[in-house]
Design a protein around this ligand. Structure first.
Ligand SMILES: Nc1ncnc2c1ncn2[C@@H]1O[C@H](COP(=O)(O)OP(=O)(O)OP(=O)(O)O)[C@@H](O)[C@H]1O
Ligand SMILES: [Mg+2]
Length: 324
């Protein structure tokens, strides 16, 4: 843990800690060369030498090169020395998680505007073949320009790049409150999973807590698969039914029933009168958690073979009895 005041690598004066993730710690620092503020990410001591750390760091830099958007403060530089570290452009702002903890909820108008703009940024990322896959208030900053900035592309998926090493993923993913059912089932996640997370996020911003909560992560995962979120229009009469329909469509359990793109959802949030209201109360049948679909298939095959054998044996028995 770097103390405030320490000069890291003869260049970055540490101003304070910003966060502790599963892989490393993040610090606000002053770049003594440019005199500007930057963000530094350094792996935990016990992670030094773990190839997964460098893999994540290289991914964040590669994504930084690919995305050029004012709401995505990306990695500026990587050092693969000892210790390896990443330097990010600093984005002024408050973690959305902290704002929500301190202020509870956001007014409907402000929420809709913030989230529609966030969806524009997300649409840009998706268009570039980058899927964040870990959208949650901890990874969003509420900036003074009134927009949400997206950080932490450590487990993002980049099209055309081999899949990220999932070793230690369970400890990385933290809360399952924004996780889409397909991610809970072990799929890698993509645009539709980001849209699901945004659906949970808008719900959280409107009412002060995400649709499904609890102390036990497994129980929360199960709620995503089986429960329907408490309807918000009953609590907030100023919420347009079209906005509620948009939230429900984004959080459909089956990904093919969600919005086809972040842009479509942004349009519905901006023009709730044009949203398809059928999604407001369309039943969403439960799903079961089968983390390994192949295992499910092979179990069904074994049961099928046993049933077939029993039928054949009964048939043979019947024929034999007929002969006697
Ligand atoms: N570029 C940035 N500008 C300003 N603040 C940032 C920036 N990047 C990250 N932060 C703040 O630092 C916190 C931690 O950063 P980040 O989410 O990237 O790492 P982490 O989740 O702690 O670690 P890990 O990558 O191991 O999951 C964020 O929640 C955010 O508040
Ligand atoms: Mg984070």
């Amino acid at each position: 843990m770097l103390e405030a005041g320490t000069v890291f690598q003869d260049r970055y004066k540490i101003l304070g800690a910003l966060g502790q993730g599963a892989f490393g710690a993040t610090f606000l620092a002053e770049d003594l060369q440019s005199n500007g503020k930057v963000v530094i990410k350094v792996p935990h001591v016990e992670k030094l030498g773990d190839p997964a750390v460098l893999e994540r760091f290289r991914r964040e830099v590669a994504i930084g090169r690919l995305l050029n958007h004012s709401d995505v403060p990306m990695a500026l530089a990587i050092s693969e020395g000892d210790p390896p570290y990443l330097v990010f452009r600093y984005a002024k702002g408050e973690s959305l998680a902290k704002v929500l903890r301190e202020h509870g909820r956001f007014p409907v108008d402000q929420t809709v505007k913030l989230v529609a703009n966030l969806l524009d940024t997300l649409h840009y990322c998706h268009h570039k073949g980058v899927y964040h896959r870990d959208l949650k208030p901890e990874n969003l900053l509420l900036a003074p320009d009134g927009r949400l900035k997206i950080v932490d592309f450590g487990i993002a998926l980049m099209e055309g790049v081999p899949r990220v090493t999932w070793r230690g993923f369970s400890s990385v993913m933290g809360t399952p409150e924004y996780m889409a059912p397909e991610q809970i089932r072990g799929e890698r996640g993509g645009a539709a999973s980001d849209i699901y997370a945004v659906g949970c996020l808008i719900y959280h911003m409107l009412c002060g807590s995400p649709p499904f909560t609890g102390d036990d992560p497994l129980a929360v995962m199960n709620l995503h698969m089986t429960e329907t979120p408490k309807p918000l229009p009953a609590i907030f009469p100023d919420l347009h039914t079209g906005t509620w329909a948009a939230i429900r469509r984004a959080t459909r359990r089956r990904k093919h029933e969600r919005y086809g793109s972040a842009e479509e959802m942004a349009n519905d949030l901006r023009h709730p009168e044009k949203a398809d209201l059928k999604w407001a109360d369309e039943p969403d049948p439960p799903l079961v958690i089968t983390t390994d679909p192949a295992a499910g298939r092979s179990n069904r095959r074994v049961i099928g073979i046993i049933l077939l054998s029993v039928v054949i044996l009964l048939g043979l028995l019947f024929v034999l009895l007929q002969r006697h």
